[in-house]
Design a protein around this ligand. Structure first.
Ligand SMILES: [Zn+2]
Ligand SMILES: [Zn+2]
Length: 536
């Protein structure tokens, strides 16, 4: 069974699926795994007829803790201040820093077909008093909270430590305050210059009521409070939080012992490793989601994340490799299998369910969409580099029929992706320059057997009917010509690359020739076959 269907079969009754995120910076492509898993689970639940709500929280009372993202004059003022209260550093019309970055990830999610039923903002829930009962419970049971930290995670909180982060009434920072002495109405607060090394408190001391947005819960308690407040039943989380004694275990214990509720079902998921490096939001390395999304269209990006089970790490290295063309090829195989077409090689279980999960439209007809003609990505990347080629005409020739509306749209998307891939990620060897004006010098260094193969290939392709001017037919013509000349196929390909590209390597030769006009191919093959008789 497809993994999301397995999960859906394990639960019953109405479901509330939740995730939340700190809007602190650019979304990295690895952090899309969570939201995509969430969306696929929600679809599977709904297909089983379970009433399901998808919620997404913006943890915008979290403190600003990344100096690099502030303009230099804003560092002293804003480090340690809740993200919702930091001004938009990009100054492009958002109400706050948090709104700016949340806007980016909401936009990214929408582009991937992820549409939560509701986005909620923690700053608004606190301000509306909706977190007050959880703050009160946490403060009343502070000793239990301290015990959970110690018992579950071996983290020792000092005697008297309280699970509330007050926003300093004087300087507005939340990362610098320490609360003590809960009396049922208020706490004693100190805003310390040296509580953390990334922000400096103002020295304020006084008593403050923690309610109505004046304080927030520490992360683990806030997480458990979200579960209680919204009645969350399923919440996947990243492996880094799901380790034994880690953040999730702490929040689970807090849900049970402080808020008197069973925690939601966990679906721990592994990371996406880009080129062997773990992706994380806080570290700058790796690829921004919006940059990858410029190259990999949404359905292929969803496919990348939904194909493996959540507990399997994904190793992906798009830079200077064939990883992106291979992703398209794999997608195309699964698409074809969903349409009931025969495909080569091993397939995942229930490819049609996997395919459905990758599509943007949850109600798409997978048979129909899967049957659409999709030109191989690598072939397209080649075609678009050949000057003067009418790509659509060539693709229609390969298909043997005009493209449908859907196919034309897919082609357009793919051409855009292939161009971006060539610009940003493709290895140099696939960047192609056909030497049209004159026979490349390299073609003058071929041996007699190669000349023989080129000559017989020239005659074979000259005789090829127009309807068979395609990669497959030309590829097999090359093999035939090599065999006739008793030449290993690799040396025949090398001769073709020398004759057309002036280099020893190239893309699949049959498809290279198919991307060119027949007259030019025949002329050039004959020219190259006779090259040793020309003056050097
Ligand atoms: Zn902005
Ligand atoms: Zn202060």
């Amino acid at each position: 069974m497809f993994w999301a269907d397995e999960l859906a079969a394990r639960v019953s009754g109405p479901q509330v699926v939740n995730d939340s995120k700190t809007p602190s910076g650019t979304v990295h492509v690895g952090s899309l795994r969570g939201p995509i898993i969430l969306d696929v689970i929600v679809r599977a639940l709904r297909e089983r007829g379970l009433q399901t709500t998808l919620l997404y929280g913006v943890d915008d009372l979290d403190p600003m803790d990344a100096q690099a993202l502030l303009t230099p004059d804003a560092v002293d003022r804003y480090m340690g201040v809740p993200l919702a209260h930091v001004s938009d550093q990009a100054d492009d019309g958002h109400d706050s820093y948090a709104r700016h970055f949340a806007g980016l990830f909401i936009h990214t999610f929408a582009g991937l077909g992820i549409h939560p039923d509701r986005y909620y903002w923690m700053s608004e829930l606190y301000a509306a008093g909706e977190m007050d009962r959880y703050l009160r419970a946490a403060l009343d049971r502070a000793a239990t909270v301290r015990d959970i930290y110690l018992r579950v995670s071996r983290v020792q909180r000092p005697e008297g430590w309280l699970p509330a982060h007050v926003i300093c009434p004087r300087c507005g920072k939340v990362g610098t305050t320490l609360a003590r002495d809960w009396d049922g109405e208020s706490v004693a607060v100190e805003c310390l210059p040296d509580l953390v090394d990334w922000a400096t408190g103002c020295g304020f001391t006084g008593r403050v009521s923690p309610f109505g947005g004046a304080a927030k819960l520490p992360w683990n308690l806030e997480w458990a409070a979200q579960w209680s407040h919204f009645g969350v039943t399923i919440e996947p989380c990243g492996k880094d939080l799901a380790t034994a004694g880690g953040s999730r275990d702490r929040s689970d214990a807090i849900a049970r012992e402080v808020f008197d509720r069973e925690p939601p079902l966990n679906v721990p998921y592994e990371f996406l490793n880009i080129g062997g490096k773990k992706m994380s939001t806080s570290m700058g390395r790796g690829a921004a989601a919006h940059r990858i999304a410029e190259v990999v269209p949404p359905e292929q990006l969803r496919f990348l994340f939904v194909r493996p089970r959540p507990n399997h790490a994904i190793d992906w290295d798009p830079d200077g490799t064939d990883a992106i063309p291979r992703l398209f090829d794999e997608f195309d195989r699964v698409a074809a299998a969903s349409a009931g077409l025969t495909v080569k090689g091993e397939l995942p279980p229930e490819p049609d369910r996997l395919f459905a999960a990758a599509l943007l439209d949850p109600n798409a007809d997978t048979r129909e969409v899967g049957a659409a003609y999709r030109p191989p990505f690598a072939h397209l990347a080649l075609l678009i580099q050949v000057p003067g080629v009418d790509v659509r005409e060539r693709v229609e020739a390969e298909k043997g029929a005009p493209l449908t509306e859907l196919e034309a749209a897919l082609l357009e998307e793919r051409v855009r992706a292939a161009r971006a891939w060539l610009d940003e990620y493709a290895p140099d060897r696939v960047r192609l320059a056909v030497q049209r004006d004159a026979l490349p010098a390299a073609a003058r260094e071929l041996d007699p057997a190669q000349h023989g193969a080129l000559a017989s290939l020239a005659e074979a392709v000259a005789a090829l009917p127009t309807g068979e001017w395609n990669g497959e037919a030309l590829q097999s013509a090359i093999f035939d010509a090599a065999r006739a000349a008793e030449l290993p196929a690799g040396r025949a390909f090398a001769a073709i690359y020398a004759a057309f590209l002036g280099q020893p390597h190239g893309p699949r030769a049959g498809w290279l020739l198919a991307s060119l006009e027949p007259e030019f191919v025949v002329r050039r093959l004959r020219e190259a076959a006779a090259a040793d008789t020309l003056p050097a």
